[in-house]
Design a protein around this ligand. Structure first.
Ligand code: ADP
Ligand code: ZN
Ligand code: ZN
Length: 692
């Protein structure tokens, strides 16, 4: 192969395969870094990306396998994109190729150069047709409220500055944050730049896309998420990459959209846990967005009514600029929060009522006035467990350390962890007692109990079970908007994001369990959920009666509920941060978790113990602490035992350095021979884990 070049190419390799950096391939011509290619790997042919050689120059190749195909119909991925991928791989301790290839549309990895060229031609024709269409008039923007105008000015200043930085837009629900995003996007567009807008859930993209399309007719607005068809995903991605899309709206994977003219990044509901990928490369799209903004020198706008404590502390410390939208648009009042002390209710025999009498009366009053109510409970199914009073049998899952949930509608016992579903037994499987009873309450039972408490009311339930069919959620929400429903019952699915117009009352049936959870983030999440839920009430300022939020609780004196009553996020955040500081928890320390899965507890623990033994060699000690292995909250799922080990440091750099040195040691631990049942199935590191 005379005169050939040797080029570094990254490919998607199985995890921990030891192929962490680029492989070398021969090429007849020099290719720009970021060029998509197809290369032989073992017996397969796979997609790869020509990479940047750190330090050394490309040299003449002798015995290398050759690049099979150069997909140069596609312009190379920009350097800034490659750097984002390299940062993510380094920070989250994953393979470069794994991240680089997995964030590309699947079609791109599959297609050859001719097919890609073809797609690009089709896209070009499509865009020409769109250009020829008669433009629609833009929806007239509303006059900004004084707080919005102030925020808009600060954002304009920041965008014009040499280092735009990160802005936290803290605004209660309904305070008009989206309007501020629209104005910021308008500025970016006016400067000839592209705007990237991230949302936590696919469900929320259509309504946001509609708002951007209405505001910017004639501009190309595309969405990017896993719900698109492969062809649409590729098309939208190509529009971003070719600079044809002006606005890209998407879920966490969109943070990796290549955008040659990037001018603004918005992260809506920045506190939402959905921004953290929970498998594979466990990246935080919010954190990567902040890094990307700094790296590409564009403004990052983080919006939330209940910012994450990490973000809040960054604002306190002056690393982010904080802007406030303290009031709801149109002056709608914040719902009155009523704490219903369950301990003070008259004792009843048998199953306690789902809703206490004063709450039932309040809902009846709303119905009488033609208003809607929303009642939520974070547990689906009819009852979390079935129980035999004779022999104390319970509906456990044979494969998981969890109960199987009773679903009355289809009379099944279902495990929400491994999916095992069986018909409900007629008698106790252990003693034959025909009288087995449900314990506790899920949304199905709540719906049934509410039908009894509110005879004649039109009650609808929305949860993951009722919305399994495609389009079901939209249809059900449509019925709510059309006023065909008096009371909406469901899980947190209904408490987030949706713009209801006629809901006057929101009730949380029993949110107490999060107050005393072993997860230190549980209160933060509960507060965010309750604030979100409260934000669903009284969205229409013209509505006659003041809105209200009810919380049924055994702990009405808890400070979290006191802060909720005052709708005082700052007070809540201050107490939480103080607790975190004294306990040495994030954001005052930095965490990583090593998780191991095996058929036996001993095997999972054995791996973690061995990992802990080599940790000092990786620099663990005084600055980086490695804790003892513990089982996960649900230790066994689908016959797999899951253990984890916490690694903690006050210094992010120290933690990163330790992980970098530790992972290669872990990879070699795994090579040691064991009997099959003793073998480890999987292990993974989660950097900045959200649940521990
Ligand atoms: P948030 O994103 O903070 O929850 P939105 O931006 O969705 O709030 O605004 C809530 C409602 O108020 C929306 O219906 C929106 O169209 C409307 N709105 C926002 N800003 C204004 C304004 N300046 N004047 C009138 N209506 C507005
Ligand atoms: Zn029994
Ligand atoms: Zn199970």
């Amino acid at each position: 192969m005379e005169g050939a070049f040797c080029l570094p190419v990254v490919v998607e390799t199985p995890r921990h395969a030891g192929l962490d950096s680029a492989l070398s391939y021969a090429s007849q011509r020099l290719l720009a870094p970021g060029t998509l290619v197809r290369v032989p790997l073992g017996k397969r042919e796979v997609a790869g990306l020509v990479w940047h050689q750190a330090g050394s120059d490309v040299s003449a190749a002798t015995e290398l396998r050759e690049i099979t195909e150069v997909c140069d119909a596609l312009p190379p991925l920009p350097r800034a994109w490659c750097e984002l991928v390299a940062f993510a791989a380094g920070y989250y301790q994953r393979g470069l190729g794994e991240i680089a290839l997995s964030v590309l549309p699947a079609e791109l990895r599959r297609l050859g150069n001719a097919a890609i060229a073809n797609r690009l031609r089709r896209l070009e024709r499509r865009l020409q047709r769109a250009d020829a269409a008669t433009p629609v008039a833009a929806a007239a923007p509303p006059a900004l409220s004084p707080a919005q105008a102030e925020a808009g000015e600060r954002i304009a200043e920041a965008m014009a500055a040499g280092e735009p930085g990160t802005v936290l837009l803290h605004g209660v629900t309904g305070s008009g944050k989206t309007e501020v995003y629209l104005r910021a996007a308008e500025q970016a567009l006016a400067l000839g730049r592209q705007a990237l807008v991230l949302v936590p859930e696919i469900n929320l993209t259509p309504q946001l896309v509609a708002r951007f399309v209405a505001r910017f007719p004639g501009r190309a607005v595309v969405d990017l998420h896993s719900g698109l068809t492969p062809a649409a995903r590729l098309r939208h991605w190509l529009m971003a990459h070719m600079g044809k899309a002006d606005i890209v709206l998407g879920t966490r994977l969109a943070v990796f959209a290549p955008l040659p003219r990037l001018g603004l990044i918005v992260v809506d509901e920045e506190h939402d846990p959905s921004y953290k990928q929970q498998e594979g490369a466990r990246y935080s799209a919010r954190d990567l967005a902040v890094w990307r903004g700094r790296h590409e020198n564009v403004l990052v706008l983080l919006g939330s009514a209940t910012p994450s404590l990490e973000t809040w502390l960054n604002a306190d410390a002056g690393r982010y600029r904080r802007l406030e939208l303290p009031e709801r648009i149109g002056g709608a009042a914040w719902p009155e929060v009523r704490l219903l002390d369950l301990g003070k209710l008259p004792k009843t025999r048998g199953t306690p009522a789902a809703l206490a009498p004063p709450l039932v009366a309040a809902i009846e009053a709303r119905i009488a006035r033609g208003e809607q109510s929303l009642v939520f409970l974070n547990r689906r199914g009819y009852a979390p467990v079935l129980h035999c009073g004779e022999c104390s049998w319970k509906s456990g899952c044979p494969h998981c350390s969890a109960w199987r949930v009773f679903h009355k509608q289809d009379r099944t016992l279902r495990c929400h962890h491994c999916g095992l579903a069986d018909a409900v037994p007629r008698r106790c499987p252990d003693c034959g007692n025909p009288d087995i009873a449900p314990i506790g309450r899920g949304t199905e039972r709540l719906e049934e109990q509410m039908q009894a408490l509110l005879p004649g009311a039109r009650i609808a339930r929305i949860d993951a079970d009722s919305t399994r069919r495609k389009g079901a959620l939209e249809a059900q929400l449509g019925a709510v908007h059309a006023g065909e429903v008096d009371v909406l019952v469901g899980t947190q699915l209904i408490a987030k994001g949706h713009d209801y117009r006629r809901i006057g009352l929101v009730a949380a049936v029993n949110p107490d369990s999060s107050l005393f959870s072993s997860d230190f983030r549980a209160p933060e999440r509960l507060f965010a959920l309750l604030m979100q839920a409260a934000g669903r009430a009284g969205r229409d300022a013209a509505q006659a009666s003041p809105s209200e939020m009810w919380v049924q609780t055994w702990h009405p004196a808890h400070p979290l509920y006191a802060a909720l009553r005052q709708h005082d996020f700052a007070a809540f955040a201050a107490t939480q941060l103080k607790e975190r500081a004294s306990a040495g928890l994030p954001p005052y320390s930095h965490l990583a978790v090593l998780r191991a899965e095996a058929k036996t507890v001993a095997a999972a623990r054995g791996f973690l113990v061995a990992a802990a033994e080599v940790a000092p060699a990786a620099g663990a000690g005084t600055e980086v602490m490695v804790y003892a292995p513990v089982p996960l909250g649900i230790a066994r799922v689908a016959d797999v035992e899951r253990m984890q080990m916490l690694v903690e440091s006050p210094s992010r750099q120290a933690l990163q350095a330790m992980l970098r040195a530790w992972l290669p040691l872990l990879a070699s631990l795994r090579q040691e021979r064991h009997a099959p049942e003793q073998r480890l199935l999987r292990w993974a590191v989660d950097v900045d884990p959200l649940t521990i």
